[in-house]
Design a protein around this ligand. Structure first.
Ligand code: MSP
Length: 515
């Protein structure tokens, strides 16, 4: 059985989760569920990035100790993952002992090897923001923006990780294996960044300036730079999750486009190389959600609260919307009306209704037992071909990370089943005893198509799929595919349906609109 180690970025524990965080975790959860369905053994790791300046500052503003503060944020994230059915096998917090121990060991090893050396850091420091500024932040007239207050030039003793020596090696690696990064245009972006000489990476901060971090084992006056600490979560959480270097396994890392260069595209491969560990398997880089084409930002009030959306539309409608709307790797604009429309159309009307009408007709005409189909007629054959074709396409597209298109293919099966019912009109067939075979075929085929679709779409809408399968009398929960997949299910015949209830009930506002 092949194994997949799948990770998300670990979110900064400095504010509550937003749409971007929710999308990434839903995406990774779906990939994990899909991989399990295709027979892979999966370890799915997620977590929180709890150290660093931002957290220390937010805690200060909230009048809490950093630990107390991150504990509160952690509850908010965990609650959201519970609501959204994001179910990692392990949830790592960088303040956990297992992680601090691993980071200490890594620092020690790299220091011993001569990959971490002492040096001086010189730069412009904002006293108000308590951070070093970069040239990017400087205004065109050479001054610094107002928000930074007084800016002074500062020299600090620090420790540096030797990045520069890996530049050539890394460039060659990405050139030879662009598939290490999805989508491939991101590999080009990374190669572009690798044209400029790489400076060594400053991986420590004096405690006097930043207390909230993992202490350097060889210098008690310094703590570890938050990115160096955060990236190592992937090693702590690998394998047994006990924080052993030897447990590392090449991961597929799901990340947003803002943290490819330099963190995951440069620092991380160089860290793995210096540690003598195998390279990651892939960086799966997703795009950014915007709203009204603008950045999601607390300061402008342009935020989208995933918890509220899940409460209003249901977790599965939220999951479906974000995965159907965004082409993985590209940006997308959030639109609540589009979410409501997809829920009402594709989910309630197309999928929900299909189960409702198929189930109620099986109830009415076949005493609630799924009819067997003795000899499929040409209509039946053609319908089955359409459904199986859609499933194969779905599979292919999911495996190439085109989830939005994959869902479109799966819905072709749903639409075909609705059309089959329209075309064969079981309510007419039921009046003619000579048409009993046709009636069986229609209802049996529709139920089988539903089962096939629900078993697959369970990775996207797990709660609905399970509820639907129970209504279809499916024994057990959705598990890995059978060897013969995709093939037409025959074991359905004679199975009793459960109680048929709407998968996506009308929302209050729809009821109001109906009057
Ligand atoms: N803590 C670092 C990651 C360390 S990983 C070793 C971090 N945290 S973050 O909270 O700022 O972002 C977490 C993830 O959310 C990142 O992958 C980031 O790209 C993603 N997103 C943040 N805003 C986003 C959108 N507006 N849209 C989609 N994803 C976004 O970076």
């Amino acid at each position: 059985m092949s194994r997949l180690f799948l990770t998300t970025a670990i979110d900064y524990a400095n504010a509550k989760p937003h749409l971007g965080h929710a999308y990434e975790k839903v995406l990774t959860d779906t990939l994990a569920r899909f991989a399990r369905r295709t027979g892979q053994e999966v370890r799915f790791l997620s977590g929180l990035d709890e150290h660093g300046q931002k957290v220390q500052q937010s805690a200060g503003k909230a009048g809490k100790s950093p630990q107390e503060f991150v504990d509160g944020i952690c509850t908010q994230f965990s609650d959201l993952w519970k609501t959204l059915k994001v179910e990692p096998d392990d949830f790592l917090r960088t303040t956990q002992a297992r992680h601090k121990k691993l980071v200490g060991e890594v620092l020690e090893k790299l220091h011993r090897q001569g990959d971490i050396v002492k040096g001086t850091f010189k730069g412009f420091y904002s006293v108000r923001a308590e951070q070093f500024l970069t040239e990017k932040e400087r205004q065109s007239d050479g001054s610094w923006p107002e928000i930074f207050g007084e800016v002074v030039e500062l020299t600090e003793e620090n420790y540096f990780f030797k990045l520069s020596k890996h530049q050539e090696w890394l460039r060659e690696l990405i050139q030879k294996q662009p598939s290490l990064i999805f989508p491939e245009f991101r590999a080009k972006e990374l190669l572009g960044a690798l044209e400029k000489p790489l400076p060594d990476l400053c991986i420590s901060r004096p405690k006097s300036r930043l207390a909230w971090g993992i202490p350097l084992p060889f210098d008690e006056n310094q703590v570890t730079y938050v990115w160096f600490d955060a990236l190592l979560n992937y090693v702590t959480g690998a394998g047994s999750g006990e924080g052993k270097l030897s447990d590392w396994e090449p991961a597929v890392h799901v990340i947003g486009k803002d943290i490819l260069v330099p963190a995951h595209g440069i620092y991380w491969p160089c860290m793995l190389k210096a540690l003598g560990l195998p390279m990651f398997a892939k960086l799966l880089v997703h795009g950014f959600w915007t709203r009204r084409s603008e950045k999601l930002s607390k300061s402008t009030g342009n935020v989208v609260d995933p918890e509220e959306l899940a409460a209003k539309y249901g977790a599965d409608a939220f999951r479906y919307y974000v995965l159907r709307e965004m082409a993985l790797g590209h940006d997308a604009d959030f639109d609540e009306e589009a979410l409501a429309a997809r829920r009402k159309g594709e989910l309630a009307h197309e999928l929900g209704n299909l189960l409702q009408r198929t189930g109620s007709m099986i109830g009415r005409y076949r005493e609630g037992k799924i009819p067997g189909v003795s000899q499929p007629d040409p209509v039946s054959e053609a319908f089955r071909d359409t459904v199986l074709h859609a499933l194969r396409k779905w599979d292919e597209l999911m495996k190439s990370y085109q989830i939005h298109l994959a869902l479109g293919e799966l819905w072709k099966a749903v639409q075909a089943a609705n059309q089959l019912i329209e075309a064969r009109a079981p309510w007419k067939l039921a009046k003619d005893p000579d048409k009993a075979g046709e009636l069986d075929a229609t209802l049996g085929d529709a139920a089988a198509a539903l089962e096939l679709v629900l078993l697959e779409v369970a990775c996207v809408i797990p709660q609905t799929a399970e509820a639907g399968l129970i209504q279809l009398g499916y024994p057990g929960r959705p598990g890995p595919r059978q060897r013969s997949w995709p093939s037409w299910p025959t074991e359905q015949a004679g199975r009793s349906l459960g109680a048929i209830t709407p998968l996506f009930p009308l929302l209050d506002e729809d009821k109001a609109a109906r009057g």
